[in-house]
Design a binder for this molecule. Structure first.
Ligand code: SF4
Length: 288
C-alpha cells in the first residue's frame, strides 16, 4: 500500500513486512512484548495488571524515547490480525483488567481488523502519542473504550526539534477532541477500574517546565474537566540524550513541584507519579 494514514502522510510504499516511511514499519503489526503490565495509572493497571501489547516502530520517534529500542527500530514478532485477536483472549484468560494497545497508530488497519475479529469483554485501551490523524481515529471508532493519548508539547518548535513534528500542537489537540467525542467523560466500575474515557498524559522534560505549564493550561482551556490528566516525571535520558546539555538528566524535585503546583492551581483532576518512577527498572523487556 501507499501509506498516508498518520499525520506524516509519507506516501511511502509499505508491504506486509517492509516499510519505507517515517515509521519504518510494514503493514503487518510487529509486537515487542505482550504481558500484564503494572506501571500504568492505578485505574488501568489495578491488581491484575493491564494486558499490554507493545507495538514496534513509531510515527513520532522522539529523540528522548525511553523505549527507543523498539520505537526507532522495528523489533519483535510480526503477527496477523487473527494472531493478535488470539493474544487478546490469552491476556483476558490471565485476568487482566483491559487490553492496552501501546503505539499502534502505524498498524491501525490491522489492529482495527483484529478487534473486529475479537472484541475483548474487558475495555480496550488505545495508548498513543497524541500525534494521530482523523483517519486512524475513524478506524478505532466503536472499538476503543479508553484513550490514553500523550500531550507532549505546547510548543511546535520543541516538537519539531525533538520529534520532527512541527504540527504537533494542533494535530494532538484535534485528535484528543475526537477521542473525547468518541468515548465521552471518564466512567469507573465498582472496583474503581476505568471503563471508558480519556486520560491525557504529559511527561515533564528537564529544563522544559514552561512547555509543561503551557501544556496543562492548553488542556484546561480546550477540554476543561472532560478528561483526566496524568502528570509524569519518569523521564530518564537514553541514547544520544545522555550527553545532551538540557535533557541529559532526570527532572529535579523543584521542576516537578513547579509543574505540579500548576496542575493543582488549574484544578485538573487525575494522577501524579512519585519521583522515584524515573528509573530504568520500570522499562519492560522486549522479549516477544
Ligand atoms: S504510518 Fe508510517 S508510512 Fe504511513 S504515513 Fe505514517 S509514518 Fe508514513
Amino acid at each position: 500500500m501507499i501509506c498516508d494514514i498518520c499525520p506524516r502522510k509519507c506516501g511511502a510504499l509499505r508491504t506486509e513486512h517492509v516499510g519505507k516511511g517515517f515509521c519504518r514499519a510494514g503493514t503487518l503489526p510487529v509486537v515487542a512484548r505482550i504481558a500484564p503490565h503494572f506501571g500504568e495509572e492505578p485505574c488501568i493497571s489495578g491488581k491484575n495488571g493491564s494486558g499490554t501489547v507493545f507495538f514496534s516502530g513509531c510515527t513520532m520517534r522522539c529523540r528522548f524515547c525511553q523505549n527507543y529500542e523498539i520505537s526507532n527500530e522495528v523489533r519483535g514478532t510480526a503477527l496477523t490480525p487473527e494472531q493478535l485477536a488470539k493474544c487478546y483472549k490469552l491476556l483476558e484468560e490471565d485476568g487482566v483488567h483491559n487490553i492496552n494497545l501501546v503505539t499502534a497508530d502505524h498498524f491501525a488497519p490491522a489492529v482495527a481488523e483484529s478487534l473486529r475479529i475479537y472484541k475483548p469483554s474487558v475495555p480496550v485501551v488505545y495508548n498513543c502519542s497524541g500525534y494521530t490523524s482523523p483517519k486512524i481515529l475513524n478506524m478505532m471508532k466503536g472499538l476503543v473504550d479508553i484513550y490514553l493519548p500523550d500531550f507532549k508539547y505546547s510548543d511546535d518548535r520543541l516538537a519539531e526539534k525533538l520529534s520532527s513534528a512541527p504540527d504537533y500542537v494542533a494535530t494532538a489537540l484535534a485528535a484528543i477532541k475526537e477521542m473525547l467525542f468518541q468515548v465521552g467523560e471518564p466512567e469507573f466500575g465498582d472496583d474503581k477500574m476505568m471503563k471508558k474515557g480519556v486520560i491525557i498524559r504529559h511527561l515533564i522534560l528537564p529544563m522544559h517546565t514552561k512547555n509543561s505549564i503551557k501544556a496543562l493550561e492548553m488542556i484546561k482551556r480546550e477540554f476543561g474537566d472532560q478528561a483526566l490528566v496524568s502528570l509524569m516525571c519518569q523521564y530518564i535520558p537514553w541514547g544520544e540524550m545522555k550527553n545532551d546539555p538540557k535533557l541529559g538528566r532526570t527532572i529535579t524535585k523543584r521542576e516537578y513541584d513547579k509543574v505540579k503546583k500548576e496542575l493543582f492551581s488549574l484544578g485538573l483532576d487525575g494522577f501524579t507519579q512519585d519521583l522515584s518512577s524515573a528509573s530504568d527498572k520500570y522499562i519492560p523487556e522486549w522479549d516477544l
